[in-house]
Design a protein around this ligand. Structure first.
Ligand code: ADP
Length: 310
């Protein structure tokens, strides 16, 4: 069985249901990707690598991971911390804003749990995925150790996968981000950037600009997302442009990129060709943005993917 690991933070998500009630669920970019991968490719093993707490919500989060058939061997329970949380507020015009409580979350401690023994276990896997959000969450004084662990995994033959997923508010400075991203691009075998990330961080606003930026690094597979416009892949120096069918009625774009990443990586791990993998990934992302929230209802999602030929 092929193994892919998703390292990052899953949070408690709250959103308004009506005047007196909040709806509570769980979400976080790498977790979302793991869910969509597993739903499409149940024959692959998808593990979440994170830290949670020992509280009730952490137990429910773990239950949720299990109910999505995710491997939870690498979900560690911190004895003091609790998970991060965010609240989505939607104003009268449908415009969403987010408030976060994540500065002291358990997931920030994940590197503490990556012992020699755990890294040895992870070394037998096929892919190790983390995002720019995962990097931002890791505490500054643990970063050097994190890169050592990544190097060990890479040397063991695990493919390193990175999505920059830039969130300015999580970083202290642009220089700090650029430094961490440079290490990530240098380590990565597969990158899945969005043009928007590059616009904010490097003032690069074209797909070709993103590809030119990535080229000097030794990256096997570059997959550039650009919303509904197109996806361009560069694999073994072969550049291909893939057309996306725009969705007419977009409800909520949260996790479009996450769904794309999960399904793309699952398809590639399953031996699918690039164009096929991009098509399935785009179909997954297109389905997710027609539903509210990060995780689309399972039946709706599976049905759409079945129509797409999965
Ligand atoms: P992110 O969510 O990381 O910002 P994008 O906005 O580029 O990433 O979206 C990720 C993927 O979602 C795109 O590659 C595309 O496949 C799909 N997607 C995004 N917006 C649309 C849309 N309006 N119609 C159809 N597909 C879309």
């Amino acid at each position: 069985m092929k193994n892919i690991y998703f390292l990052g933070e899953c949070m408690v998500e709250l959103r308004t249901m009506n005047e007196s009630a909040l709806h509570q669920s769980f979400a976080g970019d790498v977790y979302n990707s793991a869910v969509y991968l597993k739903r499409c490719f149940p024959e692959l093993n998808a593990a979440v690598v994170t830290a949670i707490g020992q509280d009730k919500l952490s137990a429910q989060m773990l239950d949720r991971f299990n109910s999505e058939q995710l491997d939870t061997r690498f979900v560690f329970a911190h004895d003091e911390k609790v998970p991060g949380m965010y609240y989505i507020e939607t104003d009268e015009f449908g415009e969403r804003s987010f408030s976060y409580w994540r500065n002291d979350s358990a997931a920030k401690k994940i590197v503490d749990f990556l012992t020699t023994n755990i890294v040895e276990q992870l070394s037998s896997g096929d892919m190790f995925f983390f995002s720019g959000i995962s990097l931002a969450v890791i505490e500054q004084d643990a970063r050097e150790l994190f890169w050592q662990k990544v190097t060990q995994l890479k040397q063991a033959g695990v493919k390193i996968v990175f999505d920059p997923n830039y969130r300015a508010r999580l970083w202290q400075s642009i220089d700090e981000t650029k430094q961490q991203y440079d290490s990530a691009f240098a380590a990565a075998d597969v990158v899945l950037p969005g043009v928007e990330d590059f616009e904010m961080l490097y003032e690069i606003d074209t797909i070709q600009g993103v590809i030119d930026f990535c080229k000097p690094y030794d990256i096997e597979e570059i997959v550039v997302k650009n919303g509904p416009k197109s996806v361009v892949t560069v694999i073994n120096n072969e550049q291909l442009s893939h057309t996306i069918s725009p969705v007419a009625y977009v409800v909520d774009t949260t996790s479009a990129g996450d769904a794309f990443n999960g399904v793309y990586l699952g398809a590639r791990l399953s031996g699918r060709e690039i164009a096929d993998a991009v098509n399935l990934a785009a179909k997954a992302a297109g389905t997710v943005i027609q539903q509210p929230g990060a995780i689309a209802p399972k039946d709706v999602f599976q049905q759409a993917m079945a129509i797409a030929g999965l």
